[in-house]
Design a protein around this ligand. Structure first.
Ligand SMILES: Cc1cc2nc3c(=O)[nH]c(=O)nc-3n(C[C@H](O)[C@H](O)[C@H](O)COP(=O)(O)OP(=O)(O)OC[C@H]3O[C@@H](n4cnc5c(N)ncnc54)[C@H](O)[C@@H]3O)c2cc1C
Length: 263
């Protein structure tokens, strides 16, 4: 079986590694000259002409991204070298907001998050207890809720300060969507994974993982090297835009072998 992967972003490279490890011949097509898509490195220059490599935007992983981390390990990355793990912190510029104290930084989830909640200076005990109670209620409900519910509705009874300093920044950073529009079911899944998950390779689920290398080297380049070493007749076609996909007539009935690329 042959497979064309269109786009060498993190998703495309993950699909290519998975397919190649199942013995499928993969060809990856990427229109850009750099691998990584929205999480990639870019060549740039200082005003004096000195070349440098920058990322196309800051990216943070969390310890709960266990499948991503496992994939990075699979293509040969040493996670402790590639990532700097910091305890969960959502500070505002004035220093207020949720922050895990240094003494609890290595506690397993959810104890590290509970320590952060207990020691957040700007919160009253009533606000801390309301969050702990809500978290325990969500945990009892298996972190599930009505799929129509928004995050704003889910958290309507939480104190305003908890919503402003924890729920809103977490929702925007994790789901890229304001609380009035974001799905509560997806948000609860994020909370389950990030605050109550097991983590991976020694990282707590709630740890913030900052890349120590540029974003292309962090996974896409390593995945491409892995593919060329292990992927049989895998090909990387960089700088090649796919403009058409054309299946053969009756290909759906005949199965994948009868599909042909129209590239
Ligand atoms: C500034 C910024 C900050 C972010 N911060 C975070 C963060 O902190 N944490 C986090 O988890 N996520 C973050 N994200 C989101 C994350 O970058 C994306 O979710 C992820 O990179 C998407 O990967 P992807 O492979 O699905 O798609 P993409 O990265 O979009 O990859 C698609 C690839 O397909 C190629 N392509 C498209 N069409 C064709 C074609 N016709 N032929 C050939 N190639 C084609 C494109 O060139 C591209 O390389 C951030 C995104 C941005 C922009």
């Amino acid at each position: 079986m042959r497979l064309a992967v269109v786009g060498a972003g993190w998703a495309g490279m993950a699909a290519a590694v998975e397919a190649a490890s199942r013995g499928i011949d993969v060809t990856v097509f990427e229109s850009a000259r750099t691998l990584g898509g929205r999480a990639r490195a870019l060549p740039a220059q200082l005003p004096d002409g000195t070349p440098l490599t920058i990322d196309n935007g800051q990216h943070i992983l969390i310890g709960a991204y266990s499948d991503t981390l496992a994939l990075m390990q699979r293509v040969g990355l040493d996670l402790s070298q590639a990532l700097l793990a910091l305890p969960l912190a959502l500070p505002h510029t004035d220093g207020s907001g949720l922050q895990t104290p240094a003494w609890a930084a290595h506690w397993p989830a959810p104890l590290d998050a509970l320590a952060a909640i207990a020691t957040t200076r700007s919160w009253r005990w009533r606000e801390r207890l309301a969050l702990v109670n809500a978290s325990l209620r969500w945990q009892r409900q298996g972190f599930q809720c009505d799929p129509q519910l928004t995050v704003a509705e889910l958290c309507a009874r939480l104190p305003a300060r908890v919503v402003q300093e924890l729920i809103e920044p977490l929702c925007v950073s994790a789901l890229n969507t304001p609380t009035v529009d974001a799905s509560a079911a997806v948000f609860l899944r994020v909370l389950r994974d990030a605050l109550f998950g097991k983590g991976f390779a020694g990282f707590s689920a709630s740890s913030l993982l900052l890349p120590r290398t540029d974003l292309s080297r962090l996974f896409p380049d390593a995945a491409a090297e892995w593919l060329l070493r292990h992927g049989g007749s895998t090909q990387m076609r960089i700088g090649t835009r796919v403009s058409t996909l054309r299946p053969l007539r009756n290909a759906m009935d005949a199965g994948p072998r009868r599909w042909r690329r129209g590239l």
